[in-house]
Design a protein around this ligand. Structure first.
Ligand code: NAP
Length: 289
């Protein structure tokens, strides 16, 4: 694979005029420990956002539940007014308990106030893309028509431009598609966690973005001797190889690795230029088989 675009090439969300580089940025790590409260170092967190812009990143993933509110407020304080090409994707469906837990917030009133909170804290009149985040621990079958009806109402009111889904099953994606256009799906997927292989391929056939969360393993960073071996051979880091493998996995995969570190951000962006040789790819493919 040769990758001449330093940010992994571009992708247009289906039925939209929104085009982003495949290498984006996930802002969850900017809040304090356990995604709660202010960052340990606010200036360092702002530097990460500024560096993301300087590197050409134009896709930021966020949520008002990060902090809560802190991450969105930091994005606004650092980047507003946003460059025209930047696409901000947020999500609704969850809220934080006082004990830092992640709770469902899927009632019509909660979804509506979730959108209003995002708009206020991000300083936007409309959100480019909102993911409806279902709040079971892992994707669980069940209807989402009532929740989608609320988002469609908010779309008609002009507060939401496009709709995506998060933490959903393939069947739920199909059910949602019967009700509205779905432009992206954000589920847990990485080198070691590949339950969505069939879904990724199905979405690729329809030109819908698949945006893996925890691309580096999230709270449990990926660890594999095979991954380290391939990285050593390439003179790259294991995290870079994990990201390059995702970019190679399917053209509809968009990356939003999370980091609170400028050095890690640069390292992650550089992964988009990494060329994985066939032997290395075969070894990586075998990790979760
Ligand atoms: N839809 C959902 O339910 C959902 C759930 C979780 C996350 N998300 C979104 O997905 C994004 C990505 O997920 P994530 O941030 O949780 O997990 P991740 O990207 O898999 O991993 C982030 C972790 O990896 C570390 N890291 C990042 N780059 C590194 C590098 N080059 N070398 C070594 N360590 C590195 C980070 O620490 P440092 O800060 O030290 O770099 C952090 O601990 C989030 O930011 C969020 O926007 C969505």
């Amino acid at each position: 694979m040769t990758n001449t675009d330093t940010l992994g090439g571009r992708f247009t969300f289906p039925g939209t005029s929104l085009t982003v580089h495949r290498m984006g940025y996930g802002a969850m790590q900017l809040a304090g420990p356990q995604v709660w409260g202010p960052p340990r170092d606010s200036e360092a967190a702002a530097s990460v956002l500024r560096e993301a812009m300087a590197l050409g990143i134009d896709h930021i993933d966020t949520s008002d539940a990060y902090g809560p509110h802190v991450t969105n407020q930091l994005i606004r304080a650092t980047l507003h007014p946003y460059p025209k090409n930047v696409v901000i994707v947020s999500k609704v469906g969850g809220r934080r308990g006082e004990d830092k837990s992640w709770l469902p917030a899927l009632s019509p009133a909660e979804l509506r106030s979730g959108i209003q909170d995002n708009l206020r804290h991000l300083g936007l009149d409309a959100i480019d893309i909102v993911n409806l985040r279902m709040m079971s621990m892992t994707p669980t079958e069940g209807p989402l028509d009532q929740e989608l009806a609320v988002l469609l109402e908010l779309k008609r009111e002009g507060l939401v431009r496009h709709i995506g889904l998060s933490n959903v099953t393939a069947r739920q994606v199909e059910q949602a598609q019967a009700l509205t256009e779905i432009v992206c799906v954000q589920n847990h997927y990485n080198l070691a966690h590949r339950g969505d292989d069939a879904l990724i391929d199905a979405l690729a056939r329809q030109g819908i973005a698949y945006v893996p969360f925890f691309p580096l393993g999230g709270f449990t960073p990926l660890q594999s001797s095979t991954l380290t071996g391939v990285a050593n051979e390439l003179g790259a880091t294991p995290m870079q190889v994990a990201l390059a493998w995702l970019l190679h996995r399917s053209p509809n995969i968009l990356l939003i690795p999370g980091t609170s570190s400028v050095a890690h951000l640069r390292e992650n962006v550089a992964a988009a230029s990494l060329v994985l040789p066939a032997k290395g790819l075969a070894a990586l493919d075998g990790i979760a088989r």
